[in-house]
Design a protein. Structure first.
Ligand code: PEP
Ligand code: MG
Length: 727
């Protein structure tokens, strides 16, 4: 009361108005102070070494980065977004370099890679919560764990194809595949216009206001573009928005304006600093993110000049040629007029490559300077998979390309038109073609593409990135939504496949040397049986009973199936369910494949998870980009495992499906059918073509082919054999 009546104010906020430039590393808290007493200590952000901090002032936690591609643009944006929810100063420290976690560009410039050990450090009122949240976000892998990346593909850029050593053909430029397809069109050169900026500003407040306005304009444009885009476009634009909002980037520009520079000059210089930093890191993926920064530089400079982003009018069948293409340039073109693009530089995993794949545009990158010498209007054939850009082709080459395009087009259109027919081989054998799903939305897409059910519901979507596991009611609701979207078609629900590399905070699995060989799949379910019981009860609640079958991942031995069946029987008893519920096993380990006869004696069906089976048979990490070109499920060793699985199942009259990636590989379809597989669960988009392929096959011929594949020495030989089979 004495204070309240006598003091000028009861609360005296002390505000650091430029938190982007300084962080509070130590503060006096919860004790009396007097005039001149110590309040807080500030340190500049972005210093070269970890700041000296007072005892206990900074909360730190070490994490090991599980993201397959390290912390590149998108994860950096997510970290910054999460960090900004806290008042605390949050930083990431990697090998003595430190960056504000609220700055995506700063985080990226640390060039953090898979398995790097980094420190999350925070100081401030909610430092503990901030450190926990950011550390757990990183540890969760953000959907990009090594191993998970291949398992749950979004729209990914095409695999790297190194320009082959074939001799140069006249009139043909060679490049690197960025997005697949074949197109005929005419050259349209996109020359990035130089945007001039004056160095001197006309007053700091006017320049600051101009920069703010321009940033707002660009932000609004990007948000509008993201609103009607697909998932790939949204993710890329999300990263752009995060850059735009980057406190370090904008602070650097503001500082320069404060020194008398114009808004344009300041923005260009601020962006340029980071462009240099990223280019200098020697990391290909991060260097490719330079495109995104240059794109933002250009967009903001244009907004400062008051220019609208107007789409350039293109002739029909335009094949865009540029030194490099920026994401916003590609998003700005009329997709109806564009047939593809080829760039002199650029990388196959750049954002434009991902966008091109999502837009269905064939694209080549790293074609070289020659691409810039092609005159506007020149006829071109862009063969992305072949890595070739044919300039001014003769009539014969044009005719060949035209007929190849027509064949592809017709095949796809015919497959689409017949997508809803029941799937049977030419000889009349019923082969179920299903789709893998991870949500209700996926299930709707599956049905629209003619899937006859779902051979794999990955239930992890419900369990990851949350603090507590979903309860029975929530699970039952979600499974019901997926089942209803399938309109009565069969739904195979896989029990939880987390653990080891797919961490959930409520499952305190100890750190493992080899997560792929650790506690995962059914091992986790049996380690925490109450979770399994809840999940099984939720599945049993889905109506109509029987639409859902249950499938167990990562089984290594029969005893695991028996343990799960015991839980299933207990749940049925509790719920008064007398009807039998099908319980199947995923064949993902060599152990399960070679003992398939034993497992099939008690499992109602088997489904081969070729992604994991291949990784374990070939001893190749499925998430290792260095091995990506060699980890081929058509390896004869994997095919022999599938053969053994089918033989084991046949002894007990059980059916075998494939729900791994091999079911989506059209070349593999005749081999799988020949080995005895009768259900294929593919990605929804390819279902029409899988059904079309099945329709064209005779089982006897498939069996003869499959038998031969088992005797080949390499996956390449298997693929050659399949080609000679006429598929
Ligand atoms: C597999 O391993 O083939 C599979 C289908 O499971 P996931 O990809 O989810 O590990
Ligand atoms: Mg698997």
């Amino acid at each position: 009361d004495l204070l309240a009546r006598k003091a000028k104010s009861l609360i005296t906020p002390i505000v650091v108005t430029n938190p982007e430039a300084f962080s509070i590393v130590r503060r006096a808290q919860d004790h009396e102070t007097g005039v001149g007493g110590f309040l807080m200590e500030l340190t500049p952000i972005g210093g070269a070494a970890v700041a000296e901090t007072g005892e206990g002032a900074e909360i730190v936690r070490e994490v090991v980065v599980p993201l397959a591609h390290g912390i590149h643009a998108r994860p950096a944006a997510r970290i910054a977004e999460a960090a900004r929810r806290f008042a605390a100063e949050v930083a990431l420290v990697a090998v003595n370099r430190r960056a504000s976690a609220k700055s995506p560009v700063g985080v990226m410039s640390l060039a953090i890679r898979l398995h790097d050990r980094i420190t999350v450090a925070a100081s401030g009122p909610d430092a503990q919560d901030a450190v926990t949240a950011i550390a757990e976000l990183i540890e969760s892998g953000m959907g990009e764990r090594a191993g998970e990346v291949a398992a749950h593909p979004v729209v990914e850029a095409a695999p790297v194809v190194i320009a082959s050593a074939e001799p140069a053909e006249p009139g043909v430029l060679r490049g690197v595949l960025a997005a697949p397809g074949l197109a005929i069109g005419q050259a349209v050169r996109l020359v990035a216009e130089e945007i001039a900026v004056v160095e001197a500003g006309s007053g700091a407040s006017a320049e600051l206001a101009a920069l703010e306005d321009a940033l707002c304009v660009v932000q609004a444009r990007i948000e509008a573009s993201a609103a009607n885009g697909d998932a790939a476009r949204k993710a890329i634009l999300g990263a752009h928005l995060a850059f735009l909002d980057d406190p370090e980037l904008t602070a650097a520009a503001r500082r320069l304006i404060g020194e008398g520079k114009s808004a344009g000059f300041a923005w260009r210089r601020a962006v340029g600093g980071y462009v240099e930093a990223l280019r200098g890191l020697g990391d290909r993926r991060l260097a490719e993110r330079v495109d995104d920064l240059i794109d933002l530089e250009r967009q903001v400079l244009r907004a400062l000049a008051g220019e609208e982003e107007t789409a350039r009018a293109l002739p029909a069948g335009a094949i865009l040629l540029a030194d490099e293409l920026l994401p916003s340039q590609l998003m700005g073109v009329d997709p109806g007029q564009t047939a593809g693009f080829a760039t002199a530089r650029g990388g196959p995993t750049s954002h434009v490559a991902i966008l091109a794949a999502a837009m269905g545009l064939p694209a080549l990158v790293a074609v070289g300077e020659g691409v810039l010498d092609i005159a506007d209007g020149t006829a071109l054939i862009l063969d992305a998979e072949g890595g070739k850009l044919r300039v001014a082709p003769d009539a014969e080459a044009l005719a060949q390309a035209q007929s190849a395009i027509a064949v592809r087009h017709e095949a796809r259109a015919a497959a689409k038109a017949a997508a809803h027919q029941e799937s049977r081989t030419a000889c009349g054998t019923r082969i179920e073609v299903f789709a893998n799903v991870g949500s209700e939305k996926d299930a709707l897409a599956a049905v629209a593409n003619g899937a006859e059910g779902s051979g794999l519901l990955r239930t992890e979507f419900l369990f990851l990135e949350r603090e507590t596991p979903p309860d029975e009611d929530e699970q039952a609701r979600q499974y019901q939504a997926v089942a209803s979207a399938l309109e009565g078609r069969p739904l195979i629900v896989r029990t939880l496949d987390v653990g080891g590399d797919k961490a959930a905070p409520y499952l305190p699995i100890p750190a493992e040397e080899n997560p792929a060989l650790g506690l995962r799949g059914v091992r986790v379910s049996l380690w925490r049986p109450h979770l399994l019981k809840t999940q099984i009860r939720a599945i049993l609640r889905v109506a109509p009973l029987g639409q859902c079958r249950i499938m167990v991942p990562m089984v290594g031995s029969l005893s695991e199936l028996r343990a799960v069946r015991a839980v299933l029987d207990e749940a049925r008893r509790e719920m008064g369910i007398t009807q039998a519920v099908e319980l199947g096993v995923m064949i993902e380990t060599p152990a399960a494949a070679v003992t398939a006869d034993l497992i099939a004696a008690e499992a109602d069906f088997l489904s081969v998870g070729t992604n994991d089976l291949t990784q374990y048979v070939l001893a190749m990490d499925r998430g290792n980009p260095e091995l990506a070109a060699r980890i081929d499920a058509l390896h004869p060793a994997v095919l022999r495992m599938i053969d053994q699985t089918c033989r084991g199942a046949a002894r007990h009259g059980r059916w075998v499906g494939v729900c791994g990636g091999l079911a989506s590989d059209l070349a593999a379809v005749p081999v799988l059918l020949g080995l005895g597989v009768t259900e294929l669960s593919a990605t929804a988009a390819i279902v029409p073509e899988v059904k079309a392929r099945v329709r064209g096959l005779e089982l006897a011929a498939c069996r003869a082919l499959a038998a031969k594949t088992l005797d080949q020495a390499s996956p390449e030989a298997v693929r050659d054999l399949i080609k000679s089979f006429g598929v």
